[in-house]
Ligand binder design. Structure first.
Ligand code: NAP
Ligand code: ZN
Ligand code: ZN
Length: 350
């Protein structure tokens, strides 16, 4: 197979730079994909910089991938050459543990294989992600992209979309429920759109007053500046569910206080440094819960894409050539992105 052009991080501090590699030869169940677009997730920064202490260099990030099938293995039945497809955070799992059997491959008891910074289950080779011109992936981990949606705007659904969709469904968000989304970044703006489409009353919490108008345009019924104590206290004991997408360490107590009895605060943000432990009495007195949630399974990811197709939902993106990836990281770290960078991978083919 042809050389694949990519961008890689080689250590915790340096900028990402061009990197070429040869992908694995097509196996019987593999699909070869010409990558068209790849979203830039905050997890890419965490791993490019080894903030989760698990990076294996070189790291070729990217797990919000949309592309076209260019070749298929002899036993591929689910996809055809020419199909528009997506790949998210996983490219394999053990497929036989209880979680895999339930379609919850993200919780695979042996650990799922990451699209990048993972290890191929057969060869042990390090996986490389979507900041690349091409990708080879087992057909079972390849998603169908709804034809009516803009493919560049679909890319972020493969991580930001499913990571918010899955907990919203798990905690039964819908009509009659008051739902909070904390942080208006890549995940948060998808959380607002999806919770609104599910019929809930949606409140967006932000540290950025400049995002108020956008949050309402994206679907929030109300916007609260989370650093304003008075505004926060107006919502005490009123939420059924709050989804926290913040990528940095912070105090959880102000959000716990807003949950009604039996309400749940679910964390999806995965900061480098843990949040301080919240006050136990804040939980005890109202039987409140704190939970976590990790992306979503393959079947649920397809369900989310189909839901987005039906509701005309895509991500609000800034499309950039991959050569601007390092500036994009710096802007994302300043919460200065509306609301997801997507890399135009054609810029790597020129
Ligand atoms: P992002 O686009 O950078 O958005 C994060 C948002 O958090 C920012 O836009 C900002 O919103 C808010 N924020 C940032 N720093 C803050 C601070 N110091 N205090 C309060 N709020 C702050 O990041 P993302 O791509 O959405 O990812 C968010 C987090 O989720 C990352 O840690 C990522 O690794 C993690 N993640 C987890 C999963 C999972 O499966 N659990 C999947 C994907 C990503 P405002 O300006 O509105 O305040
Ligand atoms: Zn991600
Ligand atoms: Zn498994």
């Amino acid at each position: 197979m042809n050389i694949t052009h990519a961008y890689a991080a080689h250590n915790t501090k340096s900028a990402l730079v061009p990197f070429d590699y040869t992908p694995r030869a097509l196996r019987e169940h593999d699909v070869q994909i010409e990558v068209l677009f790849c979203g830039v997730c905050h997890s890419d920064v965490h791993q490019a910089r080894n903030e989760w202490s698990n990076s294996i260099y070189p790291v070729v990030p990217g797990h919000e991938i949309v592309g076209r099938v260019t070749a298929i293995g002899n036993h591929v039945s689910r996809h055809q050459i020419g199909d528009l497809v997506g790949v998210g955070c996983m490219v394999d799992s053990c497929r036989s543990c209880p979680s895999c059997e339930e379609g919850l491959e993200q919780y695979c008891e042996e650990g799922f294989t990451g699209t990048y910074n993972g290890q191929d289950r057969q060869t042990g080779a390090i996986t490389y992600g979507g900041y690349s011109t091409a990708l080879v992936v087992d057909q079972d981990f390849v998603l169908r992209v709804p034809a009516n949606l803009d493919p560049a705007g679909v890319a972020p659904l493969l991580c930001a979309g499913i990571t918010t969709y899955s907990p919203l469904r798990q905690w039964n968000v819908g009509p009659g429920k008051k739902v909070g989304i904390v942080g208006l970044g890549g995940l948060g703006h998808m959380g607002v759109k999806l919770a609104r489409a599910m019929g809930a009353h949606v409140v967006l919490f932000t540290t950025s007053p400049s995002k108020i108008a956008d949050a309402k345009r994206l679907g929030a019924h109300e916007v609260v500046i989370s650093r304003n104590q008075e505004e926060m206290e107006q919502h005490t004991n009123s939420f059924d569910f709050i989804l926290n997408t913040v990528a940095a360490q912070h105090d959880l107590n102000p959000f716990l206080n807003l949950l009604r009895r039996d309400g749940t605060l679910t964390l999806v943000g995965a900061p480098e440094h843990d949040h301080p432990s919240p006050q136990v009495f804040n939980l005890i007195m109202k039987r409140r819960r704190i939970a976590g949630s990790l992306i979503g399974g393959i079947a649920e990811t397809q369900e989310m894409l189909d839901f987005c197709g039906q509701h005309g939902i895509t991500s609000d993106i800034e499309l950039i050539p991959i050569q601007q990836i390092n500036e994009a990281y710096e802007r994302m770290l300043k919460s200065d992105v509306k609301y997801r960078f997507v890399l135009d991978i054609n810029s790597l083919r020129a």
